[in-house]
Design a protein around this ligand. Structure first.
Ligand code: HGY
Ligand code: MN
Ligand code: MN
Length: 439
């Protein structure tokens, strides 16, 4: 007999062939979503671009047999609720982001949404003592506007005027992009979680995500539980020099913005190599006017700095700003910068981490706790509700690239882990309180 409101624990073990089929379907579904792209030859899906609508439609199609209506909130997040056994019970959010980086792989983000749907399908109509809401965030990567987490910030009430006015490369603001998608920015406050008087209360957020690194492959394990997510700083730097003729200007009379940028990029790499756990990346550079026979008068660069300790990260940013100023000054140029994102390191919810660890153990895998170097929506949701993440092994540690891959067996373990986790939460949950029973 099914446990009161739970999944019959013994049953998960007997569902092996069904869960394997669902794992294969998750991979097929992720690869289908990867075809919804702004580019012909590769996957790029940014904030509320037309392919995002195709994504929503496809996921709605998956959910039809479950009788679950799919909607987009005013920040363009896909939202779909699977009702609890009792009306008015609180809900668990499960999901990830639907946007991608340029030339993306097929699993970063969308895997978390596909796995959430697969868990609902695996419940076979069973109702739990809590609802489950699938969420597909509209923008986590920060590609279109340079600022990440636009979708999840709406759920914690931080999609503010300043962010709504940020413009993309074509001068379109976040607000305009929302309107062009057919949504009403005035309704953004309604996307916020756990507002007084709202009929659904959310007690937690779970995100399945590819690890995007080499750790699980080295350990030979399919799954890990994330203990904390490294903080990150994203900045834009400009070196201002003077364009001039490449043939007639002697080397000692140049104010070369590209040469200055090159010296600084080497300094960025040098500093990161000198500090354990620190990573710093210049991912984008633009030189103006950008002609072979013209000395660059201006260069614009992005900087991404991460570390598990906020103190070390913030000090590293300070050092790199000083080095940019020193290099520019010595070369007779000017260095300018502005901060695009200052995101502190975030610990995941200890109770959910322990429950996930237990659930991983039940799949026959050795639970492993780790820090995430990549940023995730879970670090934003954690501002408002208990949040936790489950990583799946990334073969070759390759991500943010079409070579990103995933093993069916690991997806199967993730579904089993998810079902055990739901079973455990159902057992520990009390409808009288919107918080999970804490030991
Ligand atoms: O860049 C990151 O940390 C993630 O992939 N959004
Ligand atoms: Mn990513
Ligand atoms: Mn991601």
């Amino acid at each position: 007999m099914a446990m009161a409101g739970g999944i019959m624990t013994g049953e998960i073990e007997t569902m092996t062939s069904e869960i394997r089929k669902r794992a294969e379907e998750v991979i097929t579904r992720c690869r289908k979503l990867a075809t919804f792209s702004e580019d012909h030859e590769s996957t790029r899906r940014t904030f509320l671009s037309p392919p995002m609508r195709d994504c929503h439609r496809e996921i709605a199609r998956w959910m039809e047999p479950l009788g679950i209506p799919v909607r987009a909130d005013a920040a363009g997040n896909l939202r779909a609720s699977y009702a609890a056994a009792q009306p008015g019970a609180p809900s668990l959010l499960v999901g990830s982001h639907l946007d991608t980086v340029p030339n993306a792989g097929a699993y970063d983000g969308v895997l978390g949404v596909a796995l959430a749907v697969s868990l609902l399908e695996s419940l076979r109509g069973r109702r739990l003592p809590f609802g489950i809401e699938v969420v597909g965030f509209s923008e986590e990567e920060g590609v279109r506007f340079g600022v990440p987490f636009i979708g999840s910030r709406a759920l914690v009430g931080r999609l503010d005027e300043e962010l709504l006015n940020v413009q993309d490369g074509r001068g379109i603001s976040v607000r305009k992009a929302i309107e062009e998608f057919g949504l009403n920015p005035a309704e953004i406050p309604q996307a916020r979680l756990n507002q007084a008087g709202e009929n659904t209360e959310y007690f937690g957020y779970i995100e399945f995500h590819i690890e995007q690194g080499p750790v699980l492959e080295e350990l030979g394990q399919p799954l890990a539980v994330v203990e904390s997510i490294a903080g990150q700083s994203r900045l834009e730097f400009t070196f201002l020099g003077r364009s001039n003729h490449a043939g007639t200007t002697p080397m000692h009379l140049r104010y070369d913005a590209l040469a200055a940028a090159a010296e600084w990029i080497t300094a960025v790499e040098g500093l990161a190599r000198s500090k354990t756990g620190l990573v710093a990346t210049v991912g984008k550079i633009e030189a103006k006017p950008g002609a072979t026979n013209v000395i660059a008068g201006e260069t614009r660069l992005t900087l991404d700095v991460r570390h598990g300790s906020d103190e070390i990260r913030i000090q590293a940013v300070k050092d790199l700003v000083e080095q940019a100023q020193e290099i520019a000054g010595r070369r007779g140029l000017t260095a300018r910068w502005n901060t695009l994102l200052e995101q502190r390191a975030v610990a995941m919810d200890p109770f959910l981490v322990a429950e996930i660890e237990r659930a991983i153990g039940k799949t026959g895998s050795t639970p492993h706790r780790m820090v995430s170097g990549a940023g995730h929506d879970a670090m934003i949701l954690a501002e408002k509700i208990p949040a936790a993440m489950i990583f799946l092994r990334t073969p070759g540690g390759i991500s943010h690239d079409p070579a990103e891959s995933l093993a069916v067996e690991d997806v199967k373990k993730a579904i089993e882990c998810g079902l055990h986790l739901l079973d455990q939460l159902a057992a520990s949950f009390t409808a009288s309180s919107s918080k999970l029973l804490r030991p």
